[in-house]
Ligand binder design. Structure first.
Ligand SMILES: *[C@@H]1O[C@H](CO)[C@@H](O)[C@H](O)[C@H]1NC(C)=O
Ligand SMILES: *[C@@H]1O[C@H](CO)[C@@H](O)[C@H](O)[C@H]1NC(C)=O
Ligand SMILES: *[C@@H]1O[C@H](CO)[C@@H](O)[C@H](O)[C@H]1NC(C)=O
Ligand SMILES: *[C@@H]1O[C@H](CO)[C@@H](O)[C@H](O)[C@H]1NC(C)=O
Ligand SMILES: *[C@@H]1O[C@H](CO)[C@@H](O)[C@H](O)[C@H]1NC(C)=O
Ligand SMILES: *[C@@H]1O[C@H](CO)[C@@H](O)[C@H](O)[C@H]1NC(C)=O
Ligand SMILES: *[C@@H]1O[C@H](CO)[C@@H](O)[C@H](O)[C@H]1NC(C)=O
Ligand SMILES: *[C@@H]1O[C@H](CO)[C@@H](O)[C@H](O)[C@H]1NC(C)=O
Length: 461
């Protein structure tokens, strides 16, 4: 035989090594695959062990990613009904609230950004919307926690430059205080839209409209509904960093879908929802989800490795709130879940998932973020089965069975960063700074030897 045929026959006869089998049209198969991925992810988590801190992930993961992971686990429970991780999730979501019950715990505040606080607030919001078991009455409640984060963001809305917007950072001593970015404003928008829907309070809806219009006004959303990373208020937000991340598209899509649903089909919000969904095609490669700004070059950082988890969750949730998007979203979730399952052959368990799903084979790239992304798309694939999706309960509201107790005035104590800083919130050096925030590009201009130069600094912090 010619060598080529020998090679081909070898491939055909090779035993199947896929250790996570997945039939994307079978809810039970999806749940089993998601359970395997969740178990794999939680092997990394030690926050509930003696001597460890609940909510904190092992280095190099940052504090905000704990918020992201527990948000993903609330969704996991919501879609699969598996309560295995509920108590560890409650424990973490309550441990990190801080003395003002606003997700500004003293260990984190010195380098906490609006997006960092936002992710924990969104976890609490999801818990309220899914009737995740309520904490005991003497503990902070999910809805009030989300309102606390929202209220503090209101107090930080900055109209001194760029006609408004939320800064990336909360405190002036942190690098990035002059950056106004889409994820910080996206967290604020998402909370506003969801609180509007949950409570029916029009004040939140007005904020959602204001934030959306501001993003458009500084071209962080363009006419084709691409969502860009951010812009600096040192030049009045004239120059836009045009990197596009899947979680930015996801959070704006989901916010618009919430407003569309709340307004019972308002045309403006429908157009925005459809627009962001159309623009999101860049995050699919052969119908498989891909973090296009870094994944093809293999240089996604710790933060970026988790984005596909949130994007998946927000796609699935959008298809429920804005059913007109379902026909587009369902096949993309199904093909992405089918692809990732084929990568889950790594590690000693032979079930650890890789990060490059497009190749449909294990790329050797494992970790919490990689596993979280795999889990996110696997359980979201429940929403890809049309008749199953129709049975998924819509997020509850205060008038449709929601039981979480709110407090419209929550969180104002530490608002706007004006509260006295404790020793733990002293100004940080750039060395300390490495622990905080979410990636961005900072454009730094400086004069050297009389010539102006620009550098692009990749901040993974
Ligand atoms: C996948 O699941 C569907 C629904 O349960 C079933 O009809 C189909 O036969 C399954 N396909 C395979 C290859 O097992
Ligand atoms: C910690 O959580 C895991 C689930 O991830 C659970 O299996 C384990 O029993 C928990 N340990 C303690 C000490 O609560
Ligand atoms: C803050 O850090 C200390 C020391 O590591 C730890 O004991 C404590 O539990 C942490 N608190 C929170 C809310 O993370
Ligand atoms: C509506 O929300 C606003 C802003 O948080 C708050 O001031 C107001 O008290 C809320 N109204 C009600 C009826 O809860
Ligand atoms: C809002 O979401 C619910 C639950 O999925 C859905 O039944 C309803 O049709 C949605 N509203 C609109 C206007 O699409
Ligand atoms: C739909 O929403 C847009 C944006 O919030 C608003 O300007 C418009 O008045 C709404 N349309 C209707 C018919 O309520
Ligand atoms: C699709 O993914 C492959 C493999 O990562 C990459 O080489 C290619 O550039 C991607 N295509 C697009 C359009 O991004
Ligand atoms: C939520 O619903 C409860 C029970 O119907 C009601 O007492 C409460 O005032 C509502 N809260 C808001 C903010 O509408």
């Amino acid at each position: 035989m010619r060598p080529f045929n020998t090679f081909l026959r070898g491939l055909l006869l090779a035993p199947s090594v896929a250790a996570v089998t997945l039939n994307v049209t079978d809810p039970t198969s999806i749940k089993n695959a998601a359970a395997t991925a969740a178990f794999g992810m939680m092997q990394y988590y030690q926050g509930n062990l003696s001597g460890q801190t609940p909510g904190i992930l092992p280095q190099p993961l940052f504090w905000w990613e704990g918020g992201g992971m527990f948000m993903t686990l609330v969704d996991y429970w919501r879609y699969t009904g598996d309560t295995t991780y509920n108590s560890v999730t409650s424990q973490a979501l309550l441990f990190q609230v801080g003395p003002n019950r606003d997700y500004m715990p003293p260990n984190q505040t010195k380098n906490e950004g609006n997006d960092d606080q936002g992710f924990w607030g969104l976890s609490a919001m999801l818990a309220a919307e899914t009737n995740f078991p309520n904490p005991p009455p003497d503990q902070p409640q999910w809805l009030a926690l989300a309102q606390a984060v929202f209220n503090e963001m209101v107090s930080r809305w900055d109209t001194t430059k760029c006609g408004g917007g939320l800064k990336w950072q909360i405190f002036p001593f942190n690098k990035g205080f002059d950056y106004k970015n889409s994820i910080a404003n996206g967290c604020f928008l998402n909370l506003a839209a969801r609180l509007a829907r949950y409570t029916g309070n029009q004040t939140y809806a007005e904020w959602a409209e204001r934030i959306w219009q501001w993003e458009e006004s500084v071209n962080l959303i363009d006419a084709s509904y691409n969502i860009f990373d951010g812009t600096s208020d040192t030049d009045n937000c004239v120059t836009v960093d045009r990197l596009q991340w899947s979680y930015n598209a996801g959070i704006f899509l989901h916010s618009a879908a919430n407003m569309y649903n709340l307004t019972n089909g308002n045309k403006t919000w429908q157009t925005r929802t459809q627009g962001v969904l159309d623009a999101s095609k860049i995050f699919f490669n052969n119908s498989v989800m891909q973090e296009q700004a870094c994944e093809p070059r293999g240089n996604c950082n710790t933060d970026q490795l988790t984005f596909k988890a949130y994007f998946s969750g927000w796609l699935a949730a959008s298809s429920i709130l804005a059913p007109f998007t379902g026909a587009r979203i369902r096949p993309l979730l199904a093909s992405s879940a089918a692809a990732v399952a084929q990568t889950c052959t790594g590690g000693s368990s032979k079930t650890a998932c890789g990060f490059d799903w497009v190749s449909k084979s294990f790329d050797g790239n494992t970790g919490i973020g990689q596993q979280m992304s795999a889990l996110g798309v696997l359980h979201s694939a429940i929403a890809s089965i049309e008749n199953t999706a129709q049975q998924i309960a819509a997020p509850v509201t205060n008038s449709t069975g929601g039981t979480s107790v709110g407090d419209p005035n929550a969180g104002t104590a530490a608002a706007s960063g004006q509260a006295p800083l404790t020793a733990a919130t002293r100004p940080v050096t750039s060395g300390d700074r490495a622990g905080a925030g979410i990636l961005t590009f900072m454009v730094v201009a400086g004069a050297l030897g009389g010539s102006l130069f620009m550098t692009l600094e990749l901040k993974s912090s």
